[in-house]
Design a protein around this ligand. Structure first.
Ligand SMILES: [Zn+2]
Length: 183
């Protein structure tokens, strides 16, 4: 791996690395004595803080009332339910991401299952994709039954945090522009 690539990973992709990947990156940077070496531990610490923030945000999202039915009975989670409608030569595949409570996701999943069982099979692609969708939807329900944030929820939390940061940066830039204009 080139020095440039290592730099790019350390600066942009450090959040995506597994602890093992991170360790490998750290060792590589230190071994090669790259200019990055003096900040690699800070980067790792930032990353760990950021991951904690993502988990905290995901947990906060789970405690909200369900955006679909308003119930507070269940903790929320985030999954994707797939619906397939085959029509001879065309196949309509809909992946519906849902943030919701167990009951709401269950109802949507049941509806999708009814549609998939009846209409999924009527195209060649549908013949291949329908069993996959039935399995994926069952899997989504299994994830809903587990009391921890799904990968999709963590991803959603990550996107929310990044959006908020971008918004803050945008506002900061705007403030600077306005201040300059007022001077
Ligand atoms: Zn609900």
């Amino acid at each position: 791996m080139s020095e440039e690539q290592l730099h790019r990973i350390a600066e942009n992709d450090v959040f995506k690395l597994t602890p093992e990947g991170l360790q490998a990156l750290r060792e590589e940077v230190l071994k090669r004595e790259l200019p990055l070496w003096f900040q690699i531990d800070d980067l790792i610490e930032d990353r760990n803080h950021f991951i904690q923030l993502v988990h905290r945000t995901a947990e906060n999202l789970r405690d909200l009332p369900c955006p679909i039915c308003g119930s507070e009975e269940y903790k929320l989670n985030y999954v994707t339910i797939t619906t397939i409608i085959g029509k001879v030569f065309t196949t309509k595949i809909t992946n519906q991401p849902i943030l919701g409570c167990y009951n709401c996701v269950y109802n949507i999943k049941q509806e999708a299952e009814d549609t998939n069982s009846i209409y999924g099979w009527w195209s060649i692609e549908g013949l291949i994709e329908t069993p996959k969708a039935l399995k994926a939807n069952d899997n989504a329900m299994k994830l809903m039954a587990i009391d921890e944030p799904t990968e999709e929820l963590l991803n959603y939390a990550y996107i929310l945090i990044m959006r908020e940061r971008e918004e803050e940066q945008r506002l900061d830039a705007l403030t600077i522009t306005i201040e300059k204009e007022l001077q």
